[in-house]
Design a binder for this molecule. Structure first.
Ligand SMILES: [Zn+2]
Length: 148
């Protein structure tokens, strides 16, 4: 069976045609890229568990463009993309420029939540793959329990 046009299990995007090429989401692991709105937002779901992006993002950036010095506060993922930050590498490169150019005052994170028991949730997780793996593992354990 060909894997062409099968969606990625994690981000649900179409996978690259080359089966050995990883999905682009493997370069986009940081929670900053999954902060889509105020409060928490859902990033990945299994039947009973959910990866959510929690916390607030506040990144103060300053840079020069044609009209002079620009200073802005980034709160959502699409604003990161607007200033050309599209991968974990880009994000790290901006951090490396120093706090006077790129200061992350508040950062978001991932958590895994149970959809059936509000008392069940993970510690903060900072990589998407890791959070998805926890959700899948918890789902497998849940399914096994159901069969006993
Ligand atoms: Zn993907």
């Amino acid at each position: 069976m060909s894997n062409v046009h099968q969606p990625c299990e994690i981000c649900l995007c179409a996978l690259p045609d080359d089966p050995f090429e990883p999905c682009s989401c493997s370069q986009i692991q940081s929670p900053e890229f999954y902060k889509w709105g105020e409060g928490t937002n859902s990033v990945y779901n299994t039947t009973n568990f959910e990866v959510i992006c929690a916390g607030e993002m506040r990144i103060h950036v300053s840079y020069k463009n044609a009209s002079g010095l620009v200073e802005r506060t980034i709160r959502y993922a699409d604003e990161l993309e607007e200033i050309g930050i599209k991968t974990d590498k880009d994000l790290q490169a901006h951090h490396d420029k120093g706090e006077e150019h790129f200061y992350e005052a508040m950062n978001p994170w991932f958590e895994v939540w149970s959809k059936i028991d509000a008392d069940v949730f993970s510690d903060p997780i900072y990589e998407l793959d890791e959070a998805v793996a926890v959700a899948i593992q918890w789902q497998e354990e849940h399914d096994k329990k159901g069969q006993d």
